[in-house]
Design a protein around this ligand. Structure first.
Ligand code: NAD
Ligand code: TYD
Length: 353
């Protein structure tokens, strides 16, 4: 019997985590604490509304009073901290929200744990972080847990700062913490500003597929459900004070990801793959664009027996099917405020999408 406080549970990875864990652990109670920014969507956790072990609080994690109230009311054993501003492009357009939520929001949660937990026994603060804190790799090599931090974007700098803060709370106050740094996730419920869902929806709608630079940049792709399984394992069996790298064993050049999406969309909609590939448009590169990310996940694999189960090909096919079959979720996002926002911000870069 545990009480689990999940921050950012209405976002992409957080909602997948809750959709997996709430049903699997009926004796545990879950509270989702989310501000519902543009990236948070109540539809993503709609199926949990009937569950008696799930509740939701609309709270900004930077709001000390509101966070303290939630802690007093719920007294969590575990805090699984997903809430963040998460998109690199947005952090380039405007870094302030990233520093506020990712650093000061994390500080507010850490302070709540330190102040409210009368004993640290059976307690855990779990920080969900990114491999982007390690900066960029060249053609060779992998990120290890010991790789020095060298973030490039305001997003990754804010995540690096919050990782350091979490570690400082372990060393200074003995707060029981764990951190995992994972590679690029994809799958259902991802906001369609990130590469894969953007390409799926643009391909379905016959719009240009904007590839930055030459499309040679490399990312490692992790299916979101595999990531959520890893988080559950690390939270349960990982060592306090430790970091775990989590990767998908699926390194790909962006251009190969985009062509794979084109072909999966063509197959699912019985269209000509060549027609869809012809939508690929090379556009001006992202400033400070990291060349390559690649993860060594051997620690979590050897110590905890975790392995990614979903191959890139099957993960992409499932993701395309999900976006095809969830038009209500998609349409609410693709129109309205988000449409206006991309016209203004990407328009200044001379890009349409
Ligand atoms: P997301 O942008 O889809 O969701 C973020 C969620 O946090 C949203 O529901 C949003 O409403 C909420 N939120 C934002 N600011 C908040 C605030 N001040 N108070 C309360 N809630 C707030 O993000 P995601 O892709 O699900 O990422 C989750 C976590 O995983 C983040 O910490 C991110 O850095 C990390 N991560 C993501 C990826 C990836 O590929 N998506 C990879 C590595 C690490
Ligand atoms: P993204 O999904 O934004 O994740 P991150 O920047 O955190 O890795 O981008 C993934 C890769 O795809 C990255 O190398 C940038 C590239 N990209 C494009 O080429 N075009 C796009 O429209 C977007 C959003 C990303």
């Amino acid at each position: 019997m545990k009480r689990i406080l999940v921050t950012g549970g209405s976002g992409f990875i957080g909602s997948n985590f809750l959709n997996l864990a709430v049903g699997r652990f009926p004796k545990w109670t879950f509270i989702n604490v989310d501000k519902l920014t543009y990236a948070g969507n109540p539809l993503s956790t709609q199926s949990l509304n009937a569950a008696t072990n799930y509740s939701f609080e609309r709270v900004d994690i930077c709001d000390e009073t509101a966070v303290r109230e939630v802690f007093l009311k719920f007294d969590p054993h575990w805090v699984i901290h997903f809430a963040a501003e998460s998109h690199v492009d947005r952090s380039i357009f405007g870094p302030r929200d990233f520093l506020e939520t990712n650093v000061m929001g994390t500080l507010t949660l850490l302070e709540a744990c330190r102040g409210q937990w009368s004993s640290f026994d059976d307690r855990l603060f779990y920080h969900v972080s990114t491999d982007e804190v390690y900066g960029s790799l060249g053609a060779e090599g992998l990120f290890h847990e010991t790789t020095a931090y060298d973030p490039s974007s305001p997003y990754s700098a804010s995540k690096a700062a919050s990782d350091h803060l979490v570690r400082a709370y372990y060393r200074t106050y003995g707060l029981p913490v764990k951190i995992s740094n994972c590679s690029n996730n994809y799958g259902p419920y991802q906001f369609p500003e990130k590469l894969i869902p953007l390409m799926i929806l643009n391909a379905l709608e016959g719009r240009p597929l904007p590839v930055y630079g030459t499309g040679e940049n490399v990312r490692d792709w992790l299916y979101v459900e595999d990531h959520c399984e890893a988080i559950l394992m690390v939270a349960d069996k990982g060592k306090i004070g430790q970091t775990y790298n989590i990767g998908g064993r699926a390194e790909k050049k962006n251009i190969d990801v985009v062509t794979a999406v084109c072909d999966a969309v063509a197959k699912a909609t019985k269209r000509d793959p060549g027609d869809i590939r012809s939508l690929i448009t090379f556009v001006k590169d992202r400033p400070g664009h990291d060349f390559r990310y690649a993860i060594d996940s051997s620690k979590v694999e050897k110590e905890l027996g975790w392995r990614p189960r979903v191959t890139f090909a099957s993960g992409i096919a499932e993701t395309v099917d999900w976006y095809l079959n969830h038009r209500d979720w998609v349409d609410g996002i693709r129109t309205g405020e988000y449409k206006k926002w991309i016209e203004v911000n990407y328009g200044q870069r001379g890009q349409s999408r």
